[in-house]
Design a protein around this ligand. Structure first.
Ligand code: ADP
Ligand code: MG
Length: 236
């Protein structure tokens, strides 16, 4: 197999005196969609925040593209090709849709930013219709699309998606996951965090299960969907 694009080695994160993540080790290979599932509070967002260097790791390492990025600045992580669509979208509500997309390209100075915005509009036609609207006036689903499009504006090699289905109506969730499938088909490597385990496993190649900061199970997505422990705890 090729070298992993991302490798976490015994990654631990504390918030004050509280351990949120305990020696988590996982790999994401180029072109894969890997999902990280687990209950509320399991440490899923913490894992993504540690990779983005928004929170500090207590110990362990983050190897990306063969390099140890455990101590680099958050902006350097984006420059190296990792972009995150955070939990709760976090779009800039008082800025227009277009300005939010431009913000996603903050690390770039090439001449293709405008054409990349058009590319996002092709992928998300509803964002084109609303390009001059303030992002705060969009529906939840549209804000989720904007958060993903904004992350794509940095032309990431690795896309981190935190709870893209959270709070959205089933039809909108379907649309969002169709886009995740498209990105997968286009070769974008994705680490997907979801409380909706069934949905995540249906759209991923492999999955990891996180319980109270510890990885307890991992394997091919189909195998996890059939696993009794996963079924009982996460698939209802
Ligand atoms: N900023 C923070 N300060 C203190 N504790 C936090 C903070 N963020 C998360 N936690 C705690 O860390 C644990 C993991 O949280 P989180 O990574 O957000 O879980 P998940 O995304 O799986 O729901 C939880 O116990 C949560 O309460
Ligand atoms: Mg979370």
């Amino acid at each position: 197999m090729s070298q992993p694009l991302l490798q976490l080695q015994k990654l631990s994160v504390n918030y004050g005196g509280i351990r949120a993540l305990s020696e988590v080790s996982l790999e994401v290979y180029p072109g894969e969609v890997v999902c990280l599932i687990g209950a509320n509070g399991a440490g899923k967002s913490t894992t993504l925040r540690a990779i983005s260097r928004v929170v500090k790791a207590r110990s362990g390492s983050i190897i990306y593209d063969g390099k140890n990025i455990s101590t680099v600045e958050a902006s350097q992580v984006v420059r190296s090709g990792i972009a995150q669509s955070p939990e709760g979208r976090q779009v800039l509500t008082r800025q227009s849709v277009k300005d939010n997309l431009e913000m996603g390209a903050f690390i770039r100075s090439d001449g293709e930013i405008a054409s990349d915005i058009q590319r996002q509009f092709e992928r998300f036609p509803r964002l084109r219709e609303r390009q001059n609207q303030l992002a705060g006036t969009l529906s939840g689903g549209e804000q989720q699309m904007l958060a993903i499009a904004r992350a794509l504006m940095s032309r990431p090699k690795l896309l981190l998606l935190d709870e893209p289905s959270l709070g959205l109506a089933p039809l909108v969730v379907k649309e969002i996951f169709a886009i995740i499938d498209e990105l997968h088909a286009a070769g974008v490597t994705i680490l997907l965090v979801e409380q909706n385990a069934r949905l995540a496993l249906q759209h991923a190649n492999r999955g990891y299960v996180l319980e109270a900061g510890h990885l307890t199970l991992f394997g091919p997505a189909g195998q996890l969907l059939d696993d009794d422990r996963v079924r009982q705890a996460y698939l209802g």
